[in-house]
Ligand binder design. Structure first.
Ligand SMILES: Nc1ncnc2c1ncn2[C@@H]1O[C@H](COP(=O)(O)OP(=O)(O)OP(=O)(O)O)[C@@H](O)[C@H]1O
Ligand SMILES: [Mg+2]
Length: 389
């Protein structure tokens, strides 16, 4: 694509990860789309999940790290036991012409995650997000518009984070400050100096988080309004958080002071078991412009198409502003989409300057990619090149 350098994984190895005792894959360095097909339970999503651990966060299933370690049948009669084992994912990636070796995993089945970049231990996950960025769409997100706000926030924050990895640091610092503030109040430790300092931190970080979300939505809306992808709907995104709303009317400095004052005023309410609003309760709504309908009233396929429109706009923003794209993981890529939309989607994906991983149970759903993608079959957690009959 316009001589733009490509981003992707050219080698990946899974060790004791979910159903994989060991898997080693070498992938085409031109970073064409990768299609994994196989029966239910074959191990397709597990490969995508392993890739999602190459960036910050808890992967595409938001899993506990100990659940990821491979469970093996033990000698105890009929028993399945988690042995205290390590799991690891390591990969060689090419990000816009720069090659990195990334390794991550746990120590003895604990919830402590280790990260190495080019052999050096990394303590902050956001450093990983700076090196390798990836975005995903999974069947669990099929009903994102009808589900809980926390999943929508995670979806939105991942869009922001792949654009600006510093967002991951701000989110974790905000959540750490909120946790401390919450503990002090709920345990009745009214240390005014400490509480005030935490409220100031939450206000500064909270306003920065909200401003980044607003900024990302504004950037996305430029492409969404232009409706550049045929057959995909025009999505209108509106952020509904209190801080986000205030920022559309007042200056950041003013909102920071206002939010800190609000938290101070709410101390006793929160100490008594009440709740407070902030970037941790923000939400967004999506509207289908052509149908004049809010996202949750759209059909399953329309909802998936709205999410794809948003993700493709994100790709357009990143190509234009950063000259690169995150790696995309599309679990069950073809499901819910009609043949016309699938064809258009695959054309766009094959042309992106980043590797796109897709899964499905049927190869036939990906026939439009037969000349452009690298096909792999997965059977009982063994991955092979697809043999063309
Ligand atoms: N920690 C674990 N240890 C061992 N096996 C696991 C672990 N977690 C999940 N599995 C198993 O891994 C297998 C493959 O799961 P995966 O989700 O990758 O299947 P899939 O090919 O995506 O199937 P589907 O088409 O149904 O989505 C499943 O049988 C699942 O039970
Ligand atoms: Mg799956």
């Amino acid at each position: 694509m316009n001589g733009m350098l490509k981003t992707g994984i050219f080698k990946i190895r899974l060790t004791q990860f979910r159903s994989y005792e060991s898997l080693s894959l070498n992938l085409p360095s031109e970073f064409c789309p990768i299609v994994l097909t196989g029966h239910n339970g074959a191990g397709k999503t597990n490969v995508l999940e392993a890739i999602s651990f190459l960036t910050a966060g808890r992967g595409l299933r938001a899993a506990r790290l100990s659940d990821v370690a491979r469970r093996v049948k033990n000698k105890v009669p009929d028993g399945i036991e988690i042995l205290p084992m390590r799991w690891a994912v390591s990969a060689s990636v090419n990000v816009n012409g720069n090659v990195f070796d990334i390794g991550t995993g746990t120590v003895d089945g604990t919830d402590r995650r280790q990260i190495r970049i080019d052999g050096k231990n990394i303590s902050k996950q956001a450093e990983l997000a700076r090196v390798f960025r990836c975005l995903w769409l999974t069947p669990a997100q099929d009903r994102l518009f009808c589900g809980d706000p926390a999943s929508r926030r995670r979806f939105l924050d991942r869009l922001v984070q792949v654009f600006d990895p510093a967002h991951a640091d701000r989110l974790s610092d905000y959540s750490a400050a909120f946790k401390q503030w919450s503990c002090l109040l709920r345990e009745g430790r009214i240390d005014t100096v400490w509480l005030t300092s935490l409220e100031e931190q939450m206000a500064t970080l909270g306003v920065a988080i909200a401003a980044e979300r607003l900024d990302m939505v504004a950037r996305l809306m430029i492409y969404l309004r232009a409706n550049v992808i045929d057959y995909f709907p025009q999505a209108e995104i509106t952020l509904t958080g209190v801080v986000e709303q205030a920022l559309t009317e007042k200056s950041a400095v003013y909102v920071e002071e206002e939010f800190a004052a609000y938290l101070k005023k709410m101390r006793h309410v929160y100490a008594d078991g009440g709740s407070v609003q902030g970037p941790h309760t923000a939400d967004f709504k999506v509207f289908h412009r052509q149908k004049n309908l809010s996202g949750e009233l759209c059909s399953t396929g329309e909802q998936k198409a709205l999410l794809i429109s948003i993700i493709l706009s994100q790709m357009a923003v990143q190509m234009k502003e950063q000259g690169m794209c995150p790696v995309l993981l599309f679990d069950e890529a073809a499901v819910h989409l009609d043949a016309r939309r699938r064809k258009v989607l695959f054309e766009v994906l094959a042309d992106l300057p980043a590797q796109v991983w897709m899964t499905g149970t049927e190869e036939s759903a990906f026939k439009d990619l037969s000349q452009k993608a690298h096909f792999l079959t997965v059977e009982e957690s063994i991955v092979n090149d697809l043999k063309v009959a």
